[in-house]
Design a protein around this ligand. Sequence first.
Ligand code: ADP
Ligand code: MG
Length: 595
Amino acid sequence: MGKIVKLDKLIIERIAAGEVVERPASVVKELIENSIDAEASTIRVELSDAGLKKIRVIDNGVGMDKDDAVKALERYTTSKIKSLEDLYCIKTLGFRGEALASIAAVSRLEIVTRTQNSEIGTRVVAEGGVIKIVEPIGAPIGTTVTVYDLFFNAPARLKFLKSRTVELSHSVDIVTKYALIFPDISFELSNDGTQLISSPQADNILEKIVHIYGTEIARNMIQIDVVSDNLHLYGYVSKPSVTRSTKKAMHVYVNKRFVISNLFHNAILDGYRSMFFRGRYPICVLNLEIDPNEIDVNVHPTKLEVKFKDENKVFHFISEAIREALLSEELEPEVDVERIAEIETSPQTGIQPTQANITRSEQPPVPISSQITPSKPLVQTTLEKTILSIEEISRLTQQYKIPWNIVGQVAKLFIIAYDDENMYIIDQHAAHERILYEKLLSEYESGEIKKQTLLEPILVSFPIREALILKDNLDMLNKLGFEIAPFGEDSFVIRAVPVIMKKVANMNDLKEFLDELLELEGVKRRKIPSVHEIFALMACKAAIKDNDVLDADMMANLIKEMHSVPKDPYHCPHGRPTILAIPLKKLRRLFKRTA
Ligand code: ADP
Ligand code: MG
C-alpha cells in the first residue's frame, strides 16, 4: 500500500491560509487592499481586542452582487485578472484571488455588500471556509467584511501571536502605510472603540503626513518628484536632521503597493550618504511608478516583496533622485534662535536681560562661561590670537577671497564669521572633516589617492584576532593611499600614507586609526567596511581637532576650503552639522528690532 494520499480540501485550504493570514494585521491588509481595488473613497477599520475578536472593514466602493459575493469566498476567484498576460501587467493591489478564501478558512466571516445597480444587498456568512448563509439584506452601497474569531480553528497560529499591543501596532502600521500613499481616500482605524488613526481625504501626500506624523515632521519633509526613463518616483523624504533609529518610518511603495525591498531602502540611504550617522534612518513616503512589465510582484503570497528586472537601473534612479533633491535644498541646520533666547534669559543662568543691564552699569560684565560653570576656573585662552582686528578681517577676506568676514575663534572649537545675511558658527573639526572627506573622495574618483612615503616606516602590532581581520582589509587600504604590509604574525609595516594623513603619520595616531577601523561594525563581522566609512574615519583622524588653537590664516584657509566643498558643506561625513547659519534678520527679530 502506498503512503501518499490526496489531502482533504479543508486541509488544503487551511495550509494555504497560513501563507496569507499570519496575524490580524494580514487580514487588515488584504481587506483594505480589496476596498482600494473596489475604488472606495472611505475605508473604516474597526477592531476588537486588537483584531482577535473582530476585524471589520467598511468601504463605500463598488460592492458585489449576490453571485460575486459567494464566488469571492472561493479560492482563486478574482475579478482582477483573466489571463496569463494580465499577470504581467497588474494594476490592482489584489490578483491572486485567495485572500478572502484564506481568511474565511480560519475565521467566521461575514460579507455585507451592495452594488449601485441593485436595490437590495447581500449577506454571506461562512465558518471555517464553509458558507452557511446567503441572504438578501438592506445595505448601503459598498462592502463591509467582518472577520470574527480569527484562528478559532487554528490554535497553533494563535500561539504564535505576540502581545495585543504588538499585534495592534502591526495593524496601525498597515493602515498608516495605505493612508499615506492614497491621499484621496479617507482612512480610519479604531480598536475597542478608541480611535487610533483618523486621516481624512487630502489633496496630497504631505497633508497625510501631517495626519500621521504631525506638522513639525511635515515641515521638515522635502518633496521628490522625478521622472526618467519610464520611472517615476514621487513623495517626500525627511531632511537629514530628522531621522529615526529604525527603518519603520521608511514607507516605500511600488505602483502604490507597499513593499519590503532592501534594494529600495538601500537606494534611499545611498541618496543620503554621509548626511547622517550610521544606524539612523529617514522618514519617507515614496512611490515608484514603474511599468508592471518591469517587475514581478508574484514572488510572495502576501505580495510584500517585489522583484525588479533591472535592479541597477532602479537603484541608481532612486538614489540619484533623492541625492539631487537633498542637495538642492538649503540644508544648513536651522538654528532655533527663540530657544537660544529662552535659555539665555532663563533664571537658572542668571543672565536675564534686566539683571544684565544693572550688572553692566555697576561692574564689569562677568563672562558667561564662568556663570554657567562657576566651580571651574576660567581657562585663559589666547585671546589676542583668536579675536581678529578689523585690519586682519579685511586682509583675510581679500587675500583668501572668502565671502565671509571672520571674527575669530571661540572655545578653541568654534569659528565665528558673518556676511550680509547670516552670522555663522563653524565647528572647526566637523568642517575640516568634511573638507578632507571630499578631497579623498574626489581623488579616489579621479583614480588615485595621493600618497606620502614615510622617511622611516612605522611598525604597528595588534592582538592576533585583530591582526587577522586587518590582513583581510589590506588590499582595500592599499587602494586607498596606504602602503601597508604584514610583518610577521601580528604586526604590520606602514611605508606610505595618504597625503591628507601625513600630519598624523606617527605610530600612535596610525594605531588609533587602525583600531577604530577594526571597530567598525562591518569589520567585526569580517566584512570589508565601505570606502565611505574608511574615508570618514581618515578625515576624522587627520582633521583639526577640538581644542586646537587656530591662527587667522588657518581659519581663513578652512573657510576658503569649505566654500569649495562641492556638495552639502553643512554636514560632516558622520552627518553632524558643520556650520550653523543664523540669519541676521532672525537675530534682529530676536532683539525685538522691527527694521
Ligand atoms: P483578489 O483581491 O486577489 O482578487 P480576494 O480573495 O481578495 O482576491 O477577493 C476576491 C474578489 O472579491 C475580488 O477580485 C473582488 O472582485 C471581490 N471583492 C473582494 N473584496 C471586495 C470589496 N471590498 N468590494 C468589492 N469587491 C470585492
Ligand atoms: Mg484581495
